[in-house]
Design a protein around this ligand. Structure first.
Ligand code: BMA
Length: 920
């Protein structure tokens, strides 16, 4: 089944099955004796002077409620982020009423559970204040025993403006400042977000709007019981190297009211089961078991390196009083180590992940919040993004520290991949004329680098702040540690760098104070908790960091960007990105990237035609990164002629296109450089073992570093990532006048014998001018190998009338028998802006229904070779099997896999095709 067919199948299978959480590895539990009453649903919402009154959904937020009830229009529309600022400056009250049957109410203990309040609130039940909240990342449990009535219990949640609270907290912090005060003006955001435990990007970021939300963003329920309740159940497999066996640390977090005795049976069907005596005392909050698996197990491997077997671990608790508790979790067996050790002929230390004893190169990107209004994030949105990451051959994502700890489904989806199911296509409502077939459900999978939610700032360390952070970290580690996809915890984003490279003008005399606060928060508190709660994963204090070298230097290294240690973040917008010699040859590139604009179909949902101009107020309003629009055009101009159509809308479309071309080309060059540096040590630097470009997704429709637009549409970069992240890759590079070709392989043991096939094409002809084939070379498993080298002058001389400007070099790897084993790749010998002979290709097309599962074949015809051929079907969701490509033959076919039913006619009517020569 081809890529597009599979993608459609996956999409519908996920719709049909997944939402039911059939495979979810979240804990599934069932407890007798605890009555649970959900308080989700419609509540009443009121602003501070009662001028705005409406009903509001819980979970939800004030903005969503106002929009759904028609009080405001789309907050993302044009300049509405500024127009609706008043919402976040007001205080709001949520109210609901509920009844509790008498027999339930008479039980021993009642607890009101808020799974997430955003953020500063005072909560009262029947007129009595029962608690306060100050951290959106925590769950709050308030005891309400004795406060409940049979009918008309009134529950009120008064939520204070996060902006006002942050400002008050900052004002109260009089001894010394805790910078930054406010974001740069270009972000049009609010100040002092570091004083509140809330998504840091909600006060604005350099890719997102300021919407300091207020609301009850997660569920609310009552738990009423006589004996005990279970708050959470965790399972963490641990490898015992002394005995070469596995144990699973199983923990129950409890609220025990009455002393209880009983039995606990733990079992993994077909593997092992074990019974434990249980004796609990009132007030006890934790009970641990070590479940010894004395059998051999199948290991869980990252995507591209093996299978992801998940086992069901079941718990059956039977108390002497007859109450029972049953729960089930998926467990996976794998070890993860972060290796920081000396490397021959290189000062510094390595920095790479070893999973099950094997080095793994992490390929992926950074994940930011999917929406400013978290209650609007659906399972579909997460699934589409994770599938897009996986289709682009990514095996890792970093959940970046300025957003939120993601919802459970995100981690569950990342845990598994490739489950075989037999299904009738009829279930998929697709084709009634086909019989049942076997499909592989391509569940997404990736390894998660999990940041704690602190970013680009210094933070206060007062007692109440530390206390709420301690609770947040404890809860989040317990919530997420059972997921095998999480491979590392990391304390913050760029805060070590912020101190070390003085982002905030801190004097030398003041510095020790800030370093002390930094160590207190991330080392003495966060790190301490993580190490206590989870000994199976590495913990890094920051990103970027020099790792153990930073620790040696007192946790704030002199230069956390040192390429000899740890990970680095690197951005340079004005330097020519084609010059790979300018990139730091780092051990691990955890952030790098370039901005581009999203497509017109995405932007048109939040703009009007008069906005569609690069110099419009809208274009500058949407750009939150200082000089961002300038930087994109300047970088693009180095290699391409900028669009000059006289039709303003065409020019706008073309300019969007050129920013995406620039972004794709720049990130490709940088990523290929890092993958090639995997086995190189040059001038003491190299051994790169990870590339996580900035950033996978978008929070709204605006310019950013993302490869996937808000709404799920792929930018050119995302199509290209599929190739530059392919498991076996050939790449070309010019070095000191020579053309070099490298083969990079992710495989651990398989050695491939390959030949490099190189062809040169003249821009004005479809026939290769000449071709070369290298000798058969064996490429290193888990490394990069030079497979072809030739002086460019010799190459051109041998190629008749080729010059740097008139020809392009294409290549790929093939087996000695001629079978292609790496994607096609190419390298320009001069900037396309100087290409001689490149002509208007006059591309035309036809679209045909492929006859299976919303798959369409687009056949393209051109009269001359074309570069960066881009197909855009506006609002029809789906993906092409290839896009943004080099077209060196008269006709060529591309497949479009639609993510919803469509027709060849609809595609024909919406398809825009652009190539580089078309825009000037
Ligand atoms: C890094 C990230 C983000 C930011 C990005 C682009 O610093 O950690 O803070 O959005 O660069 O500027």
């Amino acid at each position: 089944m081809n890529h597009a067919v599979l993608s459609f199948a996956c999409f519908y299978l996920l719709e049909a099955l997944f939402l039911d959480s059939v495979f979810a590895s979240e804990v599934k539990s069932h407890s007798l004796g605890v009555d649970t009453i959900s308080l989700n649903g419609k509540w009443q919402l009121l602003n501070s002077n009662s001028s705005v009154s409406l009903s509001a959904e819980v979970p939800g937020c004030v903005h969503t409620a106002l929009q759904r009830q028609g009080f405001i229009s789309d907050p993302y529309y044009r300049f509405n982020d500024l127009a609706y600022r008043w919402i976040s400056l007001d205080n709001w009250t949520y109210t609901t009423s509920f009844s509790v049957p008498t027999h339930v109410r008479e039980k021993e203990k009642a607890v009101l559970v808020f799974e997430g309040v955003d953020t500063i609130s005072t909560i009262s039940l029947n007129g009595v204040t029962i608690g306060k909240t100050d951290n959106m990342f925590r769950r709050y449990d308030f005891e309400v025993t004795g406060l409940l009535k049979d009918k008309e219990n009134i529950l009120q949640v008064w939520i204070m403006s996060a902006v006002t609270y942050a400002s008050q907290k900052s004002n109260a912090h009089t001894e010394y400042r805790v910078p930054p005060d406010c974001p740069p003006p270009v972000q049009k955001g609010e100040c002092h977000v570091n004083f509140i435990r809330k998504a840091q990007s909600s006060f604005s970021w350099d890719w997102g709007p300021s919407f300091p939300t207020l609301g009850i963003w997660k569920g609310v329920h009552l738990e009423i019981f006589n004996t005990l309740r279970v708050l959470s159940f965790t399972t963490v497999p641990k490898y015992d190297s002394a005995h070469s066996s596995w144990n699973v640390d199983v923990e129950l977090f409890l609220d025990v009211v009455v002393a209880s005795k009983g039995l606990v049976l733990l079992s993994i069907p077909l593997l092992h089961s074990e019974e434990f005596q249980l004796s609990l005392t009132p007030g006890q909050s934790r009970k641990s078991f070590v479940f010894q698996v004395n059998q051999s197990v199948s290991l869980w491997w990252p995507f591209g390196h093996g299978e992801q077997p998940l086992y069901d671990l079941k718990m059956d608790m039977n108390l002497e009083g007859g109450e029972t508790f049953n729960a089930q979790r998926k467990v996976a067996f794998r070890t993860v180590e972060l290796i920081q050790e000396p490397i021959p002929s290189s000062p510094g230390l390595s920095f790479y992940f070893r999973i099950n004893g094997k080095p793994i190169f992490l390929k992926g990107s950074n994940w930011i919040p999917v929406h400013a209004f978290q209650d609007q994030v659906t399972t579909d949105m997460i699934t589409i993004l994770l599938q897009s990451a996986q289709k682009a051959n990514m095996n890792a994502l970093r959940v970046w520290g300025g957003g939120v700890y993601e919802q459970g489904i995100f981690y569950s989806l990342c845990d598994m991949y490739g489950i075989m199911v037999s299904l009738s296509l009829e279930i998929l409502h697709l084709r009634h004329d086909l019989n049942a077939i076997d499909l592989v459900i391509c569940l997404p999978l990736c390894q998660i680098w999990q940041d704690f939610m602190f970013a680009c700032a210094l933070y206060p360390t007062e007692k109440d702040f530390i206390q709420t952070v301690r609770e947040e970290v404890t809860q989040q580690v317990r919530r997420l540690k059972s997921h095998p996809s999480v491979v590392i915890w990391s304390g913050n984003n760029e805060n070590e760098a912020a101190i070390a490279t003085d982002w905030f003008n801190i004097t030398v005399a003041e510095r020790p104070l800030y370093v002390k606060d930094y160590v207190k928060l991330y080392v003495e508190n966060i790190r301490d908790i993580v190490l206590q709660e989870d000994s199976t994963r590495p913990f890094l204090v920051s990103s970027p960091t020099n790792g153990v070298e930073s620790e040696k230097e007192g946790w704030v290294a002199q230069d956390p960007y040192d390429p000899h240690y740890g990970d680095t973040h690197y951005y340079s917008y004005y330097k020519d990105c084609w010059d790979w010699t300018a990139f730091p040859r780092t051990r691990f590139a955890s952030e790098y990237g370039f901005q581009s604009w999203p497509s017109l179909s995405t932007l048109s949902k939040v703009s009007v035609s008069s906005d569609w101009d690069f110099s419009s107020n809208f274009s500058s309003h949407r750009q939150h990164h200082e000089d961002g629009n300038q930087q994109m055009l300047k970088q693009a101009e180095l290699h391409y002629i900028l669009p000059n159509s006289t039709d303003p809308v065409q020019k706008y479309r073309d300019t969007i296109y050129i920013t995406q071309v620039m972004q794709a080309q720049c990130v490709k060059i940088q990523t290929e450089f890092y993958r090639r540096s995997r086995s190189d040590i040059v001038e003491g630097k190299g051994h790169t073992m990870g590339t996580l470009y900035w950033q996978l997704n978008d929070i709204w429709q605006g310019p950013s570093w993302s490869s996937v637009e808000f709404g799920g549409k792929w930018k050119m970069l995302h199509y290209w990532a599929t190739d530059f992240y392919s498991p076996i890759l050939s790449m070309g590079v010019e070095d000191k006048g020579d053309l070099l070709m490298y083969a990079v392989s992710d495989s651990h043991s398989e050695q491939h014998n390959v030949k490099a096939k190189v062809e040169l094409y003249n821009w004005s002809s479809f026939d290769a001018v000449c071709s070369f084939e290298s000798n058969v070379a064996t490429i290193k498993a888990g490394g990069s190998t030079l497979v072809f080298q030739k002086p460019i002058s010799a190459l051109l001389t041998q190629c008749g009338n080729c010059t740097r400007r008139s020809c392009i070099v294409t290549f790929h790897l093939s087996s000695p028998e001629g079978q292609m084993i790496s994607p096609h790749n190419h390298i320009f010998l001069s900037s396309p802006r100087h290409a001689e002979g490149l002509q208007q290709p006059n591309i035309t097309f036809t679209v045909k229904d492929a006859g299976i599962m919303q798959n369409f074949v687009v056949t393209l015809y051109c009269s001359f070779p074309a570069v960066y051929v881009w197909l855009d079907v506006d609002d029809i969701p789906g993906d092409f099997n290839v896009n943004g490509f080099l077209m060196l033959s008269k006709n060529s076919s591309v497949t479009f896999g639609a993510w919803r039913p469509t027709t060849a006619e609809e595609i024909t009517a919406n398809l825009h095709i652009t190539s580089l020569r078309d825009v000037y």
